[in-house]
Design a binder for this molecule. Structure first.
Ligand code: BTN
Length: 314
């Protein structure tokens, strides 16, 4: 019942809708409308009520909901099935543990209590201010493409974000996105294979974005940034899925690759490479067609795959 009311209010976000219209279009009584509005307010929606004018969902209301994501979605299969959670340890873990795994399923949480990053690091995921989402994929393609999923996902985020900001958006190989020199997004892709033939059972692409996060912990203060866009988190989530699906359907053609190369922020720079317990300085010189980073050190060229490598700008 409240879902129907929410849908109508979302369609008219920022404008008043009369109680009569809400009752008629949702097929419930005026009293029922009031109850639904109350329930939605309890969930955090800012809804103004005025006699004679009706109800208005505030333009800046920013609650994660299936209904609002769906409103902006233009995909064929991605996000056709959405689970939203108030709080979870990690959306990647949630999908891993889910019994009924279906292709294109999206899980979004308002908060993560144990958000995970690459190489066993954490991902700061405070309530109400970021996007913490994971996409489940059951691909039919050659396992060789798996290594490119993270690169593809970073271009999907880049394209979606660039629609709403003039800020300088760049990618730091392999999976970090920056706005004006500060990291606002990290991506953690995880794959599950069958041991015998290395067939992909499923992939989980986890995307974490600081949308309006303000108070970063001490260790992140100097390196982390936020997008601060004028749109809701739900709209951005939908745009990322829209971009992702287009690139994913064409994964064989590698249509993400040009932008992946173009927006890199470490090419031509001195970097520090950390590979297991090995550490050395190198120059980042390019990205090859497998989305690997080409580096030069000690007069030699080497192509790095994402696996266990950390890159630091120096
Ligand atoms: C990184 O910066 O190293 C990757 C961070 C990935 C964070 C996202 S948030 C949604 C999903 N769930 C997690 O636990 N991690 C990813």
């Amino acid at each position: 019942m409240k879902e129907k009311i929410l849908k109508i209010l979302l369609e008219n976000k920022g404008e008043f809708v009369s109680g009569e219209k809400l009752a008629k279009e949702s097929g419930i009584t005026r009293g029922g409308v009031w109850k639904a509005v109350k329930a939605l307010r309890d969930e955090g929606y800012e809804i103004e009520a005025q006699t004679r004018k009706g109800y208005k969902l505030s333009g800046s209301s920013d609650v994660i909901s299936k209904e609002e994501i769906e409103k902006h979605l233009k995909t064929k299969f991605l996000g056709k099935d959405i689970i939203t959670l108030k709080s979870v340890d990690s959306t990647n873990n949630y999908l891993k543990n889910l019994e009924n795994k279906r292709d294109g399923l999206l899980v979004v949480a308002d908060e993560q209590t144990k958000g995970r990053g690459r190489l066993n690091r954490g991902f700061y995921s405070p309530k109400g201010s970021g996007i913490y989402m994971s996409i489940l994929l059951i691909p039919k393609f050659d396992p060789a493409f798996v290594s490119q999923i993270t690169a593809l996902a970073s271009v999907a985020v880049l394209r979606a974000v660039k629609k709403y900001t003039d800020g300088d958006i760049t990618i730091k190989w392999v999976n970090d996105l920056y706005i004006n020199g500060k990291k606002f997004c990290g991506i953690l892709s995880e794959a599950n294979f069958t041991m015998e033939d290395f067939w992909i059972n499923y992939l989980i692409v986890g995307i974490g974005i600081n949308v309006k996060t303000k108070d970063f912990p001490k260790d992140l203060k100097d390196v982390a940034g936020s997008l601060n866009l004028n749109i809701s988190r739900c709209e951005l989530i939908a745009q990322i899925l829209n971009e992702f699906e287009t690139l994913y359907e064409d994964i064989g053609k590698k249509t993400y690759l040009d932008d992946y190369k173009k927006y890199q922020n470490i090419l031509g720079k001195e970097i520090k490479v950390i590979k297991g317990n090995q550490e050395f300085f190198a120059r980042a010189v390019g990205i090859d067609d497998e989305a690997r980073l080409i580096i030069e050190h000690g007069g030699m060229r080497e192509a790095l795959s994402s696996g266990e490598v950390t890159i630091r700008r120096v």
